[in-house]
Write a protein that binds this ligand. Structure first.
Ligand code: SF4
Length: 232
């Protein structure tokens, strides 16, 4: 059994990173080992964009068979397994294996703090920076794990590093992480934003920072199209 959110399978487009715009079935697992909170320049605080799978995790238990049946409703090659943190769940490798038998292209979105071997095609890592940990309980403050990121990079899957940028200073931390990993490609900067207005305020300077460093800019297309609405 896997712990899921209530709307555990839904069809939409990928809004972020290398496969932006690609029609995809999302499988939303519930539960995260982090509790991100970002402090905004006006003093307000922004929680993770999926609080229903992290800060207040929904606990709808589903079997592998139920998940596969729900995925089968859509005639779509791309499947994105997201959370929360998918690698917390022991049955994740089995879920991926069963989806591969159906010829699916599988992305797993992760905070890159836990490694399990899977047959996924693409690992979208989003290591959380110091700026994501304002006012978070100590138990949920995880440092960036170079060791876990390196294992994903060395695995057979393609990958990206997609950093959520909240403030300009984040770029120095990102540069240091990439330097230590010896990574120069597949690096995306994505604005911290859960609403259209925040995205519009931040996208220009984040894109400019990405350009200066020779990295890629990742937008949040789903927010531009549908705002902060929960995907269905
Ligand atoms: S790691 Fe991701 S899912 Fe977990 S709390 Fe942070 S933003 Fe949310």
């Amino acid at each position: 059994m896997l712990q899921m959110t209530k709307d555990f399978v839904f069809h939409t487009i990928q809004g972020e990173g290398k496969y932006v715009g690609v029609p995809s079935v999302f499988i939303r697992l519930s539960g995260c080992n982090m509790r991100c909170k970002w402090l905004n320049s006006d003093g307000s605080v922004t929680l993770c964009d999926t609080p229903y799978s992290s800060h207040h995790p929904e606990k709808d238990m589903k079997s592998l068979a139920e998940i596969l049946q729900a995925v089968d409703r859509y005639n779509t090659e791309h499947v994105v397994i997201s959370g929360g943190e998918p690698f917390l769940q022991e049955e994740l490798p089995q879920l991926v294996q069963d989806l591969k038998k159906k010829q699916k292209f599988i992305t797993i979105e992760t905070n890159a703090t836990i490694y399990q071997e899977t047959q996924a095609d693409f690992i979208s890592m989003s290591p959380k920076l110091n700026s994501s940990m304002h006012q978070v309980e100590k138990a949920f403050q995880l440092p960036v794990s170079q060791e876990v990121i390196a294992k994903f990079i060395q695995s057979e899957a393609d990958w990206q590093l997609k950093f959520v940028v909240n403030q300009r200073e984040d770029v120095e931390e990102i540069a240091e992480i990439c330097r230590q990993l010896g990574v120069e490609k597949n690096i995306f900067l994505m604005p911290q934003a859960i609403r259209k207005q925040e995205l519009e305020e931040r996208s220009q300077w984040v894109a400019e920072l990405a350009r200066e460093r020779g990295w890629q800019y990742a937008d949040r297309l789903h927010i531009r199209l549908w705002g902060a609405k929960r995907a269905k």
